[in-house]
Design a protein around this ligand. Structure first.
Ligand code: DHB
Ligand code: MG
Length: 219
């Protein structure tokens, strides 16, 4: 056992993944269709999606914003944790990805709770009112994470939930040198959020590392 942090191995992650809400036939079909359409298979892990659902339910979230839709997998999973009348507004800069996600969300059980918005989140997020959102999930281009964070800081209600994907930089967090050019941006963002006085946050080691934070009530 590591002196630092206990027992967790890859086997434990497989074990816990088999013991939480995984993908149903619809989501497996969505992933197959996305791959067939040439969309990269970089959606969040099913156990991470289950964790996000639990957080959203605990937060009693109704208004959720996602930055980076990709195929719509996370948006559909998050929407399933919302009450009737809740919605996930998900922003996607790629027309191809947005159209795919719009089509699949429209066919899903949560069609009325997912809005796919085609556009640059840096232009779209400023249109959202301050302190109007219960939860935000950032999972897009890593170099813009600090700017997405600023906007999420503004639109989240006090006590609102922040989640951010890829804290472990595609598994390359400690690689020297990393092969992916976005790794330095992830490292810099991690240091930025760790120092934030607006959010109290922690990295949860599900998927590729998932930041979970709360916007402080006094912020
Ligand atoms: C990449 C991006 C992601 O958001 C992710 O979860 C995995 C990989 C990427 O750009 O390679
Ligand atoms: Mg990601």
């Amino acid at each position: 056992m590591s002196a630092v942090s206990g027992v967790v191995t890859g086997r434990h992650f497989e074990y816990l993944a088999r013991r939480t809400v995984g993908d149903d036939a619809f989501l497996l079909d969505l992933k197959k269709a996305a791959s067939a359409a040439g969309i990269p298979a970089i959606w969040i892990a099913p156990e991470q999606a289950s964790f996000l659902q639990i957080l959203l339910m605990l937060a009693r979230a109704r208004e959720v914003v996602e930055v980076g839709t990709l195929a719509g997998y996370a948006a559909i999973r998050m929407a399933r944790a919302l009450p009737a009348g809740g919605r996930v507004r998900t922003f996607e800069i790629s027309r191809k990805h947005a159209e795919f996600a719009h089509e699949w969300a429209g066919r899903s059980d949560v069609a009325t709770r997912v809005e796919v918005i085609l556009g640059n989140a840096l232009e779209e997020l400023p249109k959202i009112a301050a302190s109007s959102v219960d939860a935000a999930f950032i999972d897009a281009d890593k170099s813009s994470y600090p700017r997405y964070l600023k906007e999420c800081e503004r639109i989240l209600k006090p006590g609102g939930l922040l989640t951010v994907d890829n804290a472990f930089a595609f598994g390359q967090l400690f690689d020297e040198p990393p092969t992916d050019r976005e790794v330095p941006a992830v490292r810099a963002f991690n240091d930025l959020l760790a120092k934030s006085t607006t959010f109290q946050s922690v990295i949860v080691p599900l998927g590729d590392g998932c930041w979970v934070g709360v916007k402080r009530a006094s912020a």
